[in-house]
Design a protein around this ligand. Sequence first.
Ligand SMILES: Nc1ccn([C@H]2C[C@H](O)[C@@H](COP(=O)(O)OP(=O)(O)OP(=O)(O)O)O2)c(=O)n1
Length: 290
Amino acid sequence: MIFLQIYVRKSYIQNFYFSVMAFLGTKNLLQLLKGADIITPFNQDRIKNGSYELSLGDQVFQTDTKPRSVKSLNSGQKIHIEPGQFALLLTEETVKIPKDKIAFISIKAGIKFKGLVNVSGFHVDPGFEGKLLFSVYNAGPATIVLSRGSRYFPIWFADLNESQDYVGTHDKQVNIPNEPVEALSQGEIASPSVLSARIDDVKHMKTKIEWAVLAILTLMIALSVKFCTDANKLKEAVDYGYKKKTEEIIHDSTYKKMQSGINILSNKIDSLIKVTTQRSDSTKHNKVRQ
Ligand SMILES: Nc1ccn([C@H]2C[C@H](O)[C@@H](COP(=O)(O)OP(=O)(O)OP(=O)(O)O)O2)c(=O)n1
């Protein structure tokens, strides 16, 4: 009997705790937040489906801005998160989580469907006080545009079965801390679109090189053909010259031989004429003496 009573009491206590440890619905959330300084600035129109919609605040950091530093935003100012780039986004609101509550945070589905991924944590500890910081990555194919003051970050509150102080390093966060900025400032973050553009550049360069190599090869072949043709012509010219010269030499020596023959012949004719003349003279002389 006693055991049964203890068991009934224990299960009653457990049920009590389970009913206490629940997420707050719209009515309970309004009751919790209204008039309290849990979310500052507070606007009750931002309570929707058991969550409060926090907005983008005055500080952002983007990995594709040069120089890489935290940027201040005016009211309504837009930011463009390019594909493949990270951004750190600070909320407009400061939250002060009650010590007996824990909160859960996310990014609205409408932006997530465009490819924005929340890479930061998903809970806010009991007793935490400060602005919330979202680290996001654009995994989508297009630029995602956000503007200061627009609601992007829902926050839900749940009861804790005990009260506790915040223990951690992020309390009283009012600015984007240096640590994630420095971590995201290391090296170049090559987005898929930038890589795709570089691949296109390399392809163009490859095509250009292929054409240049082809042109050089064609030129070399043309020069080789011309060189061979010219060499043949040169050989022909040399042969022709040699032949001509040989003919000239032969012609000259024949002419010289003929010339000397003519000279010999003419000398002989002269001496013959001379002898004939002498003989006729002596005949005439003999006739005169007789
Ligand atoms: N997107 C987020 C997630 C959390 N927080 C804040 C609220 C949390 O209560 C606090 C600590 O969160 P975590 O415990 O997840 O972070 P760490 O582990 O880095 O904190 P610590 O090293 O201080 O334990 O940071 C924030 O500002 N933005």
